[in-house]
Design a protein. Sequence first.
Length: 372
Amino acid sequence: MKVPFLDLAAQQAEIVDEVLPVWQHQLASAAFIGGEQIDAFEREYADYIGVAHVVGVSNGTDALELAYRAAGVSPGDEVIMPANTFIATAEAASRIGAVPVFVDVDDEHLLIDPDAVDAAITERTRAIVPVHLFGQTAPVQRIAPIAERRGIALIEDAAQAQGASSAAGRAGAMGRIAATSFYPGKNLGAAGDAGAVMTDDDGAAALIRNLAAHGSSVKYVHDNIGMNARLDAVQATVLRAKLRRLERWNDARRAAAARYAELLGDIEGIRLPRVVPGNDDVWHLYVIRVDERDRVLSALAENGIAAGIHYPTIVPLTEAYARLGHRPGQFPVAEAAASGILSLPMFPHLTEEQQRAVAAALRTAVRASVPA
C-alpha cells in the first residue's frame, strides 16, 4: 500500500461545493483585494483563538516580519528563537536587519528551552519568539515572565499550531503579537500562500495593517515604508470553509496520533513524541526519532510510505547563517535530534489501514537497523 505524507485533495473535496459558488461570484465581481470574505475570516479566526485583532496577510514569513516591526524590532536588535525552527522565523528578522539569536531546545519535546532563553538575553534583545513546533505550544508560561521582567516583546510563531492550546490559552493568543502561516499543508491551510498576524493591541494591529498595505491607511497617503503583504479574497474564502472544519480535523489528527502510539509503542529503536502536560496538541506533524534515520527513510520510501524530515539541518548551521559563526556542538539537543527525527504521514483523512501499513513498514525498517 502506498501512503502519502499529506492528502490535500481529500480536504479540498470536503469544501469544494461550498467554495466554488463564492469563487464564481468573486470572478464575476472582480472582488479580489479586500472585501467581505477577508473581513469575515479575520473576525471568525479572532473569535476562534480569542484575540481582538487578526490581520490577514500574504504568507507566514511576511506575517513574522510584520509582527517584528510592530513590536519595534529594528536593525541591529536581537531576536531570540529556537535553533530547530523553520528558517522563516530567522529570515523575517534578517530581512529587517535584526540578528537572530538561536538557543537550544529541551530533549523531551524539542521545544525552546526557557533557561537557554534567559541566558541568551542581552541589552540588544528586543524580542523572544517561542515557536509552537509540530503542533504543540511552546512553554510560554515560563518565558512570558522572563520577557515581561526585561521589557522584551514576546512574539509567537504559531505557524504549526492552529487550534493548539495550553493553560496559557490558544496558540496565537499568548503573547503581545503572534504570526501564523496558512500554507496549504498547515492544519488550517489555504489554496496557496496566506498568513495572519494576531494581537490584542489596537495600536499594533493598526500599524500592521498600514505596513502590509505599502505603509498606507488612506489611498495614496503613505505614513511608513511598508510592503505589499495583503491577504487576497480567494484565499480567505478557502480559509473560512476550512476553519469551520478545523476542530473536527484536529480531532482526527489526535485520533491518528493515539493510533500511532499504540501501533509503534512496542517497537525497539523508536522514540515516540511526547506531549507537555497541560498541552492540547493538534499534531501538525507526527515526529519520531530513530537511529540510522536516513536508511530508515529510504526503506519506507521503497515500501511506498512517504515520510519527511523537519528539519535535517538546524538553522544556525545552514549556509545562509554561516556569517554568524556558529559551529557544530553549540546546540547539542537540536543537533542530535536533527540527525534522528522522522515525520510520519499525518493528516485528518489518514485511515487506520494506512497507519497499519506505515507501522508494518517502519517495524521492518527499524529492526533491520538494530544490531542483533
